[in-house]
Design a protein around this ligand. Structure first.
Ligand code: SF4
Length: 328
């Protein structure tokens, strides 16, 4: 995909999201994240489970108010501690959930599920809402006759289409796709990716596409942010990230992506990351990746590297990666 050059729709400046947990401790789910998402762009967000991707996604779309930092949407700073502002923002930003089985209320018909957001936001009269539900079913590749059925009557892929129709119902500008295909059969995944891609082109949508697999985000993302323990450690255009991977963590994630050619796959040097992601309640001092990084040195264990631009449009947070100098 080519990089989009539209105006900035979503901007996070130093956004943190913390949660109080038992014993008066604090879980640092998102730590000092600054990024932008341009209108019409897909920003991929990758990292292992528990690295804060979903919390960041929910913060950028207003489900959570940031503990610290500033969130700007369409040029306007959002006060997400204000209930009314959060409600208004919910019309502009929606989410497609990972699990199409758990995210649809089994007692509601498909029509009621899709219509719910329109009712909450007082959009249209009954007849127009009903017509819009039927239009949305067709938009996501389902039939009008499906409106009166219940979620259990559908396959996983069809349920995810219902979830997408629900997200589209109130005509949002920004959609957080939170691992929308990871619970689906591989054969269905491409269909859902294609649907999301076509909807983006037709409706001018802006996506944050969350995944733990770099293979998936490569094809749908214009740019990709790699996240580790609550922070963005590398950010670049999709092609740049794959061709000039800078951060040791991103390199390890990429080396885990299987190559379809068996010979190339067998010859590939796989970089295994040892250990688990440390607890976000008790983060290591210095670089958050230092407890697992094969290149960690004393400096890494003492001070945290800042995310800085290394090559044009390519940011990384690692002491061993220096910004490229212009030729004199
Ligand atoms: Fe590894 Fe050090 Fe770079 Fe962190 S700063 S990623 S520990 S080399």
């Amino acid at each position: 995909m080519t990089a989009k050059t539209g105006d900035i729709l979503v901007q996070a400046d130093g956004v943190c999201k913390y949660f109080k947990v038992s014993g008066g401790r604090v879980l640092h789910a998102v730590e000092n994240v600054s990024l932008t998402i341009r209108r019409g762009e897909t920003l991929g967000l990758v990292g292992e489970s528990g690295c804060g991707k979903s919390t960041l996604g929910r913060t950028l779309m207003g489900i959570y108010a940031p503990t610290k930092g500033k969130l700007t949407f369409d040029g306007r700073e959002m006060d997400l501690h204000n209930k009314k502002e959060r409600f208004n923002f919910s019309k502009k930003a929606q989410i497609v959930f990972q699990d199409p089985y758990a995210s649809l209320d089994p007692r509601m018909t498909v029509a009621s599920i899709i219509e719910e957001g329109m009712v909450i936001h007082n959009m249209y009269d009954d007849a127009r809402r009903r017509e819009r539900v039927l239009e949305l079913l067709e938009t996501v590749g389902l039939n009008r006759e499906h409106a009166n059925r219940f979620p259990h009557e559908f396959s996983g892929g069809q349920r995810q289409r219902i979830g997408i129709a629900r997200a589209l119902a109130i005509e949002p500008e920004f959609i957080v796709c939170d691992e929308p295909i990871s619970a689906l059969d591989v054969s269905i995944q491409a269909q859902i990716i294609n649907l999301l891609h076509n909807l983006q082109n037709d409706l001018g949508l802006t996506y944050l596409f969350i995944a733990h697999d770099l293979n998936i985000v490569k094809y749908i993302s214009d740019r990709i942010a790699v996240m580790y323990l609550g922070s963005v450690v590398e950010l670049a255009s999709s092609a740049e990230l794959y061709d000039h991977t800078l951060h040791p963590y991103s390199k390890a994630l990429l080396s885990a992506v299987p190559i379809p050619d068996p010979e190339m796959e067998a010859a590939k040097h796989r970089q295994i990351i040892s250990g688990d992601v440390p607890s976000p309640i008790n983060k290591p001092k210095g670089c958050a990746f230092s407890s697992r990084c094969p290149l960690a040195c004393d400096k890494c264990r003492e001070s945290a590297p800042k995310l800085q631009e290394i090559r044009p449009g390519h940011f990384a947070a690692c002491h061993l990666v220096e910004p490229e100098k212009d030729d004199v």
